[in-house]
Design a protein around this ligand. Structure first.
Ligand code: LR7
Ligand code: MN
Length: 596
């Protein structure tokens, strides 16, 4: 990893390029750095390494006294302008102990004032754009929480109050999902009573999970627009105008801000890309991907559609929320509701979008701090099974076939009322969604090839790399592995290729995609030496260098840009490109696997 020690880099002046996959991976895990694309198009990461505070022994003893304390520092003054909090080395043992409580650096959070200043993260064009708020409807901000830390919860609330025009902020509703920390029951009421904006705390007597907690808040809301936030966010100026104005323009728009990163280790506020959108992978896990086909001439302040939302931060017209069926009340605790709502909104006539001029920071955690009553896998797979059963039509078979853990919970689901809702709202199918909302998707279809790509000479199959690149997408040289993995169906061997129009069935051409929106790509031909010729898997871009043609008769896989053939020379382990020849080392078999 090369990185600059020059602070100018943050302004895009100097550049540092992360090239080595492995270092990149370890850096990506620490979210306390600045990332941007510099003028040369290099993906730049600037940051500082503070050591990993996450790997603390599980034995750290969390006493009642620790869990029930609220403020650590009575006069916090660090973290100004979103800068990182540096904990002095002599306090690191205590810091690590506190980290366990919420799975973020609580000691750092407690040293930051509730009303800290933030850097200006919005584009100039966003700052110049005038939004007339006098005719905009008013909103209710709903924040649900379970055992949230005092400082993060109240900094979220304070940032809403400080950075929202009063005329479009009707009230704030906090929903306590049966927290067991005493300060959330006692001191919280006193604190909110003194706030400048009407703020209520609703309390669920038993743990209901974030989905039902949000419904509880929504049912009590008086504002015309519902705005949901997680309990560890910080809003930047203009955030609410950016959301509310879009919903006011069309009540069927569900609008998300750009979600910036608040480091779980230092609480530094790090601007995120406006070039991402949200979708999911074959396991139905939410993922960010680089937004395809961004139109350069388009006004960069304009909101754009996204196949899915992350789930926690969005604005939606209150009456439309209920008209569309609120949330699925049979979903438990955490997870899946973000895809459920995204599919439902798109398929039933609305849209989900990201407003690039609205930025809200969120503390991203590496693990979950709370319990999942019923068990993590039961909860998650139940929720995802419901998403698939209700909204994904024949793709539910694909999901259950390759996720047998979820299939265990399929038959016990009662989904009649959700299917009736789908019927009543006259919603379109999942095929429509894929073709119209997410045409760049990498899911199998009846028209596409789906299966393994087997090397005839070695009897082994192409496999996607285990290394990770930016956005946590798989990246690295394509691997060659045994085609028969014992036990679970091996999705890492599966590739998808769309046929091109007007060609006969024995010839396939196009991108060779696999899960997580990655594609078989070329080596850097310009640098062609032996190492550089390794064929790689990187994020799909649709560019010519990612286009391939497979001819079932010759069994050659031709790289269209170079007219070279995919080759695994005998006795070697790297896949390369070589001049095409009728040689066994260049023969590949596209082995179709039924996808549903
Ligand atoms: O049982 C619970 N009861 C709760 O009230 C569990 C959680 N919660 C609260 C919790 O205190 C928090 O305020 O619900 C909120 C979300 O929980 P997190 O912070 O543990 O969730 P997350 O940030 O890890 O996960 C994302 O996906 C979730 C799936 O159910 C929710 O939709 C979260 O709101 C969502 N967060 C975001 O979208 C922020 C951006 C993350 C990304 C990408
Ligand atoms: Mn969260």
């Amino acid at each position: 990893l090369l990185w600059s020690k020059n602070e100018d880099a943050v302004d895009g002046q100097a550049a540092a390029a992360a090239d080595d996959d492995d270092d990149w991976v370890s850096l990506r895990l620490k979210r306390d750095q600045q990332e941007f694309i510099d003028r040369r198009g290099l993906h730049v990461v600037v940051g500082h390494y503070l050591g990993d505070v996450n790997n603390v022994g599980a034995s750290a003893n969390l006493t009642d006294e620790l869990l029930n304390r609220n403020m650590f520092d009575p006069k916090p003054k660090e973290g100004r302008d979103g800068t990182p909090v540096i904990i002095p080395p002599h306090m690191s043992a205590q810091m690590q102990k506190l980290y366990r409580i919420n799975r973020f650096n609580l000691m750092a959070s407690d040293r930051i004032p509730l009303n800290r200043s933030l850097p200006n993260v919005r584009k100039k064009s966003c700052r110049l754009k005038k939004i007339h708020i006098d005719k905009l409807p008013s909103s209710t901000v709903i924040i649900v929480f379970h055992n949230e830390a005092w400082s993060t919860l109240l900094r979220t609330v304070q940032s809403v109050i400080d950075r929202s025009p009063r005329s479009i902020l009707n009230e704030i509703i906090l929903v306590d999902d049966a927290s067991t920390r005493t300060f959330l029951a006692k001191e919280l009421d006193d604190h909110v009573a003194k706030l400048q904006v009407p703020t209520r705390v609703l309390r669920s007597p038993k743990r209901v999970g974030l989905i039902k907690a949000r419904l509880m808040g929504a049912r009590q809301a008086r504002g015309e627009i519902l705005v949901f936030l997680d309990a560890h966010c910080e809003c930047t100026s203009g955030w609410l105008e950016g959301l509310v104005s879009r919903v006011a323009g069309d009540r069927k728009r569900v609008v998300c801000p750009v979600i910036d990163i608040i480091s779980d280790e230092t609480f530094a506020y790090v601007r995120s890309f406006e070039l991402h959108w949200g979708a999911f992978n074959w396991d139905l896990h939410f993922r960010w991907y680089t937004r395809p086909r961004p139109d350069e001439r388009r006004d960069a302040t304009q909101a754009f559609g996204t196949p899915a939302m992350a789930g926690g931060l969005f604005a939606m017209d209150r009456s439309y929320f209920f008209e569309l069926g609120g949330y699925d009340e049979r979903m438990e605790v955490w997870g899946g509701e973000n895809l459920e709502l995204s599919f439902r909104v798109w398929q039933c006539g609305g849209s989900v979008e990201i407003a690039p001029c609205s930025h809200v920071g969120h503390v991203f955690r590496k693990s979950s701090p709370y319990t999942f009553p019923g068990g993590v896998s039961r909860v998650l797979y139940t929720n995802l099974a419901r998403v698939a059963l209700v909204w994904m039509d024949e793709w539910q078979q694909f999901y259950f076939k390759f996720n047998p853990e979820a299939a265990k919970f399929r038959d016990e689901q009662q989904i009649r009322t959700r299917l009736e809702l789908k019927d009543r709202l006259k919603c379109k199918g999942f095929k429509w969604y894929l073709e119209n909302v997410w045409p760049e998707h990498f899911l199998p279809t009846d028209q596409r090839f789906f299966g393994k790509i087997k090397h005839m000479l070695s009897n082994r199959c192409l496999e996607k790399p285990t290394g990770r690149g930016s956005l946590n997408q798989p990246m690295g040289p394509v691997r060659i592995s045994s085609c028969d993995v014992q036990g679970r169906p091996s999705l890492s061997l599966m590739f998808v290729m769309a046929p091109e129009e007007g060609i006969d069935s024995s010839v396939w051409s196009g991108s060779l995609m696999t899960d997580e929106s990655v594609c078989l790509d070329t080596p850097e031909l310009e640098l062609a030496d032996d190492i550089a010729l390794k064929v790689r898997i990187v994020a799909c871009t649709g560019q010519k260098r990612q286009r391939w043609k497979y001819d079932a008769d010759t069994m050659n896989l031709v790289h269209l840009h170079s007219n070279l053939c995919l080759d695994l020379p005998a006795g070697e382990s790297s896949i390369v490109l070589k001049g095409c020849a009728n040689h066994a080392s260049q023969k590949w078999n596209f082995e179709r696997i039924p996808w549903k």
